[in-house]
Ligand binder design. Structure first.
Ligand code: IVH
Length: 694
């Protein structure tokens, strides 16, 4: 190829690859395979290697640039990079509207554009003759920092606009807008999608590196790296929403058309923006996002309501740094900072020690928060959370408020590092740590804190359902030694209860102590009638909830059988995995628990699953079945019920102990396993015959 045609091939490649990048990163709609893409890129790289003087600033190879020295250069923005005044709620937004309407009557007939307010980092991008030449942070609004090399690595920032002339021609924009101005400066918000942020933080934690507080903080940190290669490895993107400045060309005069225009040039633009004819519909739309904000892939701290007519908006001027033509309608905050006053440790039911943050009270989304979880001790160490720190606290949806991490910049030097407790804060016995677990435990079975939790669980609704054994009474009963384990509930005397009732704070009590004691005694007596599955639930074995308890009850029929089961036996039951099986075996092996069982037997709390007993004898007795695939007449449960009512046993997985596999349509891997183990395979009809034939 002669030099001239090679040069034009080169220029063609730059445009073509940039278009593929755009389709892949911004539109999420590539039209060539990765291999084809690589081929084009390699061709481009070969030409650039032979002709380094040809390398264009908008060449896709220029995304990873040189390292900055020890700081970033300053950039003066061509026009002020403004901020936004906030509105908290619909009335605030209406007040903003009324204010601007009084200033200019034209506002009364204005249209409004509503856009998400992305919680990221404002960036300013300069294009000369369509080529991306400079990118800066917002800085103080007048002067920012030159982070061009870092921004180049953000794949959704077009290195050349329009990315595709064809696309622009088909955009439906008026012809006057089709050629971008010779100098165009746009503004957008750079951010890291929430999922990517979580992934990155996991990776950083695994590598033992410092994690980031939130996506915003991460985006800012990533863009201000002195080494663009590091920025390139961070999954950053942006959405563009404003033209800050332009020369030599025409640009739209309405926000709505501006967004269309920016999109046509190849910039990533939000797809949830909407235009409204009046303020009330704009507010109504804005408010729907209060509950929908989690649908966005990025964090938004509100919506922005903008007057669509950009000339009108500009004429309205600004107050300080806030333009009058727009307002930020803020979502209720989910994260706030406050002071970490102390770290207190509580003991959970299984003895697990839980560190809790005692906070200077702070309002988050309408609720005063004074306590927050710190998850576990590793978390405190990993995030380097110190007592006295200003901490970032999050409360969102149903989650319990938790401390995200310290605001390290706010440290005064008076903060103190947290030391792991050596002993249980309640019983003062040494704490223990198990291989492979992050948690620390109080392993003292007689620890009053653990006992308290055990009893709370034992008497709770889904367990023995004993009304009247509240926190305070239990605390007193433990204090006086009347209760040393859950079984002691059944040998409580009237006197012991009376003593506890009178000892506890009586101010709120309406009933006479004698009545309280009698009611409690009858509730306790009544609870002896509870089913086996409830008793199993009540024992509080780690991982055994109401559902597993029911399965265990039907499978074993009584506590004797259950207590003798091996981990293998237990795993035959659907829904019981190795961890729960282990926890069950472990629970029954503990002497303290053996003692509880003995006591329960003596007092007559020893339910048997009657049904199970009767069912156990039948034509299928002694046989173990596994069911797989869809049977013609039986549902899976029906089949199970049928086999069990005829005395057979149903398990979830095939082993050499399985006698029959009952096979339906579309069987899973169990079919293959049964064949390989030589297990007899039958269908529904054969099963029915089997139940009758013996
Ligand atoms: S408009 C004159 N639109 O929010 C234009 N800002 O709290 C003023 N932001 O500094 C900004 N998403 O960094 C605008 N769709 C959006 C935005 C947005 C995020 C940021 C921006 C601004 C801050 C104000």
């Amino acid at each position: 190829m002669d030099t001239k045609s090679l040069r034009s091939r080169y220029e063609e490649l730059v445009v073509e690859i940039n278009q593929h990048n755009y389709r892949y990163h911004t539109l999420d709609a590539p039209i060539i395979s990765d291999a084809e893409y690589d081929k084009l890129l390699n061709e481009l790289k070969r030409i650039e290697a032979d002709h380094p003087d040809w390398i264009a600033p908008d060449s896709p190879t220029q995304r990873a640039g040189a390292k900055a020295a020890d700081r970033f250069e300053k950039v003066r923005h061509p026009a002020p990079i403004l901020s936004l005044a906030n509105a908290f709620g619909a009335d605030d937004a209406r007040a903003w509207y009324e204010r601007v309407r009084k200033l200019d009557e034209r506002v009364a007939s204005a249209k409004f554009v509503v856009e998400p307010k992305i919680d990221g980092l404002s960036v300013v991008l300069h294009y000369r003759d369509g080529v991306f030449v400079q990118g800066a942070t917002r800085g103080d609004g007048e002067v920012g920092e030159d982070i061009t090399a870092n921004l180049r690595t953000v794949k959704t920032i077009p290195l050349h606009i329009p990315v595709s002339r064809k696309q622009e021609a088909e955009s439906g924009l008026p012809a006057a807008y089709r050629l971008p101005p010779s100098y165009l400066v746009v503004r957008g918000e750079a951010f890291m999608p929430v999922k990517e942020f979580e992934k990155l933080n996991e990776q950083l934690a695994e590598a033992g590196e410092k994690t980031y507080l939130n996506p915003r903080n991460t985006a800012a940190g990533s863009l201000r790296q002195l080494d663009p290669a590091l920025t390139a490895s961070r999954p950053l993107t942006l959405l563009v929403y404003q033209i800050v400045y332009s020369e030599g060309g025409q640009i739209p005069t309405s926000q709505w058309e501006l967004l269309e225009y920016l999109k046509a040039l190849g910039f990533p633009v939000t797809d949830v923006a909407k235009r409204f004819d009046d303020i009330e519909s704009a507010i109504a739309y804005t408010e729907t996002w209060n509950t929908r904000r989690d649908e966005l892939t990025y964090e938004a701290d509100g919506m922005v309501i903008k007057i669509d007519d950009l000339n009108l908006a500009a004429e309205l001027g600004f107050v300080g740094k806030d333009p009058r033509g727009a307002t930020a309608f803020k979502f209720p905050a989910r994260e706030v900072t406050t002071k970490l006053l102390d770290i207190r440790v509580t003991v959970g039911r299984t003895g697990v020690l839980i560190p809790n943050a005692v906070l200077e009270p702070v309002e988050i989304n309408g609720v005063i928060v004074e306590r927050a979880t710190l998850h576990n001790f590793d978390y405190i160490a990993e995030k380097d959370i110190r007592v006295g720190d200003r901490v970032l606290v999050k409360r969102a949806g149903e989650v319990i408020p938790y401390v995200i991490g310290p605001v390290a910049d706010a440290r005064t030097g008076k903060e103190r590092k947290y030391k792991l407790p050596q002993v249980c804060p309640v019983c003062e016995q040494p704490v223990e740590h198990f291989e492979g677990e992050v948690a620390w435990y109080c392993v003292n079975a007689a620890c009053p804190a653990q006992l308290q939790r055990n009893i709370e669980h034992f008497v709770s609704r889904g367990s023995m359902d004993i009304n009247g054994l509240g926190f305070k009474i239990v605390e007193k009963l433990i204090d006086t030694g009347a209760i040393r384990d859950v079984a002691d509930i059944y040998t409580l005397t009237r006197e012991a209860i009376l003593e506890a009732v009178t000892k506890k704070d009586r101010k709120t009590e309406k009933e006479p102590p004698g009545k309280i004691a009698d009611n409690l005694l009858s509730a306790i007596a009544e609870s002896k009638k509870q089913s086996l599955s409830r008793v199993i639930t009540a024992l509080g074995i780690r991982g055994v909830g109401e559902v597993s308890a029911r399965d265990l009850a039907t499978h074993f029929g009584n506590l004797d059988a259950l207590s003798k089961a091996s981990a293998d036996d237990l795993q035959q039951i659907e829904g019981i995995g190795p961890n729960i099986a282990e926890a069950i075996v472990d629970w029954f092996a503990r002497p303290a628990n053996q003692k509880i069982l003995k006591k329960l037997k003596v007092i007559g709390l020893w339910p048997v699953e009657q049904e199970k007993r009767e069912k156990r004898e039948g034509k299928l007795s002694g046989l173990t079945f596994v069911v797989t695939g869809a049977l013609p007449n039986f549902s899976r449960d029906d089949a199970k019920e049928f086999i069990e009512s005829n005395g057979g046993k149903v398990t979830d997985s095939i082993s050499k102990n399985t006698n029959y596999l009952v096979l339906g349509e579309n069987p899973g891997s169990k079919f293959d396993k049964a064949k390989s183990l030589g297990v007899k395979i039958i269908d529904e009809d054969e099963l029915k015959k089997l139940a009758k034939s013996f």
